[in-house]
Design a protein around this ligand. Structure first.
Ligand SMILES: C[S@@+](CC[C@H](N)C(=O)[O-])C[C@H]1O[C@@H](n2cnc3c(N)ncnc32)[C@H](O)[C@@H]1O
Ligand SMILES: [Zn+2]
Length: 281
């Protein structure tokens, strides 16, 4: 891995940090050394250009971390790509989500579960992006592919406990992860905290009961469905079991509890959703 020295480009970049141990404000010294909490002394190293906030995670977040760090994800991604092709291409399909982001230059965007940031090149170049993810493999790919030449700061950490101060961002975005966060509602509350009052929040994922599009469960062949998703499509056993456990998740109810002016829409011919709302003023 290459070594990239962190260099806050502006005061904002240096002062965006919050200690997840004690909640105090923290500052990036900009010399490549760790961000040190002035209150509890907790240190957040900057490793290969990524701010390391939390490496060891539990429950669903651990299942996701193992999957996205493993060779299964590139194999499973074929099916994501295949779906997008059937929806008119990846850029077009993703624009159903990205079009909800605010317009304007020099905006500050928080991207939760940024992965390899495949859509970063489609966002205005003047934007400052902070991306959080539990997978260091995905963050490394993001840094080397899609963040090159852009103002993107990457953080290894969890959606449920963001290492950023309150009211910092114009908008928050999360695509492809919300259903299986350890605590989706807490993650949404964290996005609300991080954006400015009235700031936009845009969240999209597949519908939790997506596998109903396969006919097997309905005719009593849940095992066939499980095999197809886990082995043939390469989601793996643990992730497949996690998907099964969340089939009843009521995403719309969560969104309406937390956001004001919330719009919920099914997209991608019903296989996905996007909800958009504002942080309460
Ligand atoms: C399907 S990928 C989506 C990546 C990107 N947003 C996209 O649309 O291409 C899901 C990402 O969510 C991340 N993830 C899952 N649970 C997370 C959590 N609790 N906090 C932060 N990231 C998480 C995974 O590591 C993975 O990179
Ligand atoms: Zn602290």
């Amino acid at each position: 891995m290459s070594t990239v020295v962190s260099s806050p480009k502006t005061d904002w970049h240096a002062h965006v940090w919050r200690c997840v141990s004690c909640g105090a404000d923290a500052t990036d010294p900009g010399d490549g050394g760790p961000i040190v909490c002035p209150s509890c002394g907790h240190q957040y190293p900057i490793r290969d250009g990524i701010v390391v906030v939390r490496e060891s995670v539990t429950a669903n977040n651990e299942v996701a971390q193992s999957f996205y760090n493993s060779p299964l994800w590139p194999k499973f991604r074929f099916w994501e790509w295949f779906t997008f092709i059937n929806l008119g291409g990846e850029r077009r399909a993703r624009s159903r989500v990205l079009k909800h982001l605010p317009q304007g230059e020099n905006l500050k965007l928080l991207d939760i579960a940024i992965g390899d940031g495949v859509y970063l090149p489609w966002l205005p170049e003047s934007w400052s992006v902070v991306g959080v993810d539990v997978s260091d493999v995905q963050l490394d790919a993001c840094l080397k592919k899609n963040a090159v030449g852009r103002d993107v700061t990457l953080v290894l950490g969890e959606a449920e406990d963001l290492p950023v101060r309150d009211n910092q961002f114009d908008a928050a975005l999360s695509i492809g992860a919300f259903n299986y966060f350890n605590d989706p509602e807490q993650a949404l509350r964290e996005m609300v905290r991080a954006v400015k009052p009235g700031g936009l929040i845009v969240v999209s994922d597949e519908v939790p009961d997506l596998t109903d599009y396969l006919p097997f469960r309905k005719i009593g062949l849940a095992g066939v469905e499980r095999w197809l998703v886990s082995r043939f499509m390469n989601l793996g056993d643990e992730f497949t079991e996690m998907v099964e456990r969340h089939r009843e998740l009521d995403v719309e109810a969560i969104a309406r509890r937390v956001l004001t002016d919330c719009q919920f829409e099914r997209i991608w011919r019903g296989v996905g959703y996007v909800f958009v709302g504002r942080a309460p003023e």
